[in-house]
Design a protein. Sequence first.
Length: 277
Amino acid sequence: MDHIKRADRLGAITRILTATPNRLHGYAEFCELFGAAKSTISEDIDIIANSISRFAEGRVETIAGASGGVRFRPLPSKKRMRETLNGLCARLSQPGRLLPGGFVYTSDLTSESDAVWSIGEILAAEFYDVEPDVVLTMETKGIPIAMSVAQMLDVPLIIARRDSRAYEGSAVKINYIAGNGVDLETMALARRAVKSGQKALIIDDFMKGGGTLGGMVELMQEFQVKVVGIGVMIATAKSPVAKLNVRALMTIEELDEVGNRAIVRPSPYFAAKAELQ
């Protein structure tokens, strides 16, 4: 193999790490790829880690041991979190977004890759330490956000359906009370989607009464899977956030039906993290 300059190695290693968030790469992988000694790769990793830390783009972690290696974890800075939260809240508070039943139109936002990436980055950072094996969401509006979080955590995304699909094989079905506390809904998940003993992180786009999130918790109990966290993009001010221990990115504080708009603000938890006044 031709000699590879350090600048080229640094660029390539940075690209590999940032393109695979939270994935552990062994040093041997880079040694073989670049034909370099472990000590050389170790020096490269130190340079990359210092650069990423300096510009607040995340954290490069080195894991010791035979099964160790190096991984990159996106961690939004307080400045970037403030910009993201303020931008999202401003858009969601625009007139014309208020829907019947106290819901807010978010589909345009959750179809934008930049917005979904930023939301996923902030939510995923809350759950690195609990090390979920899967991310679970309910079809369909929560899928883009849940997919982004799953990508950041480098784990599979599994999707609960309102009914089972023949192409997914046998499924487990449960009934749960919807957020209005009246309607009985059905939720189904393929038996092969998750294994007993695994850990699940639940992610959804919107929380009002908590019925759907509670249903997903019950569904995981049927699989003997431990729920290690719940995160949502937006919740109403009266949502049972504390009861379900939910991390909500934003909160609908009030509804302005005359102006056909909702007043959306960063949730107290994330406002404090971003040091918003």
